[in-house]
Design a protein around this ligand. Sequence first.
Ligand SMILES: [Zn+2]
Ligand SMILES: [Zn+2]
Length: 362
Amino acid sequence: MSAKRDYYEVLGVSKTDSADTIKSQYRKLALKFHPDRNKSPEAGEHFKEISEAYAVLADSEKRKIYDQYGHAGVDGRYSREDIFQGARTNFDDVFSNFGSGGFDSIFENLFGRTGGFGGFARQKGQDILYDTNITLDDVFHGKRIDIDIRKNIDCDACKGSGCAPGTRPETCSTCRGQGQVRMTRNMGFSTFVTVQPCSKCHGEGQTISKPCSSCKGTGKTKGTKHVSFDIPPGIDNGDYVISGEGESIPHGPNGDLIVRIRVKPHQFFKRDGADIFYDAKISIVDACIGKTIEVPTLEKNEKVKVEEGTQPNTIIKLKGKGLQNVDSRGRGDQYVRLVVDIPSKLSKHQRELLEKLKETFD
Ligand SMILES: [Zn+2]
Ligand SMILES: [Zn+2]
């Protein structure tokens, strides 16, 4: 594929031109290259190119990003659908007295019904929500999740085709396999185009004359689907979406499976992102004269040196002893807070010793 051309160049405008100038220039080009008017083979591609340029430059925010960072800046932030849907009113503005239908029908035939915009919304299977609790240890190591979901699955008798054994679906005679019906009305000098899903085949483009007796032609039966996947180390509470593993329906795409992950609180570790927090108790004597103590980490016990004269709540960092960072290499840290444990009760002997010690401070 050739490199993307500069949007200003595509529209034949300059960087300093106003939004109005850009709009009228796009209008001029759209009239010339709209595939309903221009039957040359390149017209469709060219219409897409100028429309994308206009979609970006007509939106002051996207134009600013484009001016600053170029194509990479825009493409990195917006999907193709965002770009066009975001400019919907700008397009409607241009096409309002253009003679053709509005935004939807214009983009329908350019990007097709799977293009996302202009396409009629096909009914989709329901999303399935699955709750799962994992431990901090699972977060540390990562975990394989195995789930059995009750849902519609492909009918075993017809392997999901919906056809009786030995038969096949036929091309729909109404839409000739297109799945959609395009209606064109002439209104004066212009043409009004609407596109609708074919009602005979529900947009499938195929019909079944001898339906499967097990599933009555739907291709679906109730069953259990096993789904397994690995959650990466370092993950936090949140929804994990497995697209297409939700409920399935005849004549439409599957829903999504949403796995809601909750990390159970740990007995003594607290977490913030990839960092782990741990409170270690030390005695007043250890705080005064120092000691090497052992503290647990996610892997094993680590030796930590408590310095002589340690103040309460001193924090010691164990570098790289936290959780895996989900979105980058490396690990977080573990922070050990030294909590000085002041005894609430003393033995007689301890009291005597402290009394003696007290004299040395007076
Ligand atoms: Zn049809
Ligand atoms: Zn069947």
